[in-house]
Design a binder for this molecule. Sequence first.
Ligand code: OAD
Length: 252
Amino acid sequence: MSDKPNPAAQPRSIVILTGAGISAESGVPTFRGPDGLWEGHRVEDVATPEAFARDPDLVQSFYDARRAALGGVKPNAAHQALGRLDAAFDGDLLIVTQNVDDLHERGGARRLLHMHGELLRASCTVCGVRQPAPAVLREGAACESCEAGGTLRPDIVWFGEMPHGMGHIEAALADADLFVSIGTSGAVYPAAGFVRTAAAYGARTLELNLEPSEGTALFDEARHGPATRLVPAWADEILGCNSPPGRAPNPD
Ligand code: OAD
């Protein structure tokens, strides 16, 4: 294990992990609300391969409704701040999101990896090819690249399935000198373990969350409050640090 970077030093490689909390102020419900239900369903009834095998209509309808709801929400100041950071930060950056909405993209993020999949994509139940999702999957959409006549399922990583991009994420965590976790409860692995991995490789770790997460004690620093307040302020700090000498962002 190496020494922690000096907190005042300019980071050159940042990994950001986001969860449902960053989209909450856009009106997208988080998973672990007070009633423990996700849009009225138990997670295991809509987010497992077994649920899909048992009742494909229920699962397809559930994600069709989530996909349709994207049209009614907009990126908030936290998504936009990460988009700004992505455009202006000249070091290495990877934004890993557990969210399946498209609000990071609409907020301008480009160096982005959807580890739990995307509502706007589908995958073939036979050949596995990932492709843009039609608006409605319940009717049994056909795969565009499959000669075996496969049909499409949501490109969502369900419980018991392997998240996307783990090799890429682990390499970025090993190289990071700053790891920032935003709006996630720290309840679901492997994402909940990223803070330990980053720290083991010597990164400084920062939590930005409405309240202390399950893993809050693992972070070097935790700031608590709404993402729309915390994230723009933190992005400004980084971009201030990252400005070339003599070009401080706040000349006043
Ligand atoms: P959770 O619902 O578990 O946690 C959301 C976190 O966001 C909580 O810690 C809240 O305190 C925090 N939060 C809520 N509003 C916030 C705000 N305005 N600003 C900042 N923080 C806020 O969601 P995730 O941690 O993303 O997986 O859940 C992880 C995974 O569990 C999801 O990706 C999903 C789910 O099952 C799959 O579907 C595979």
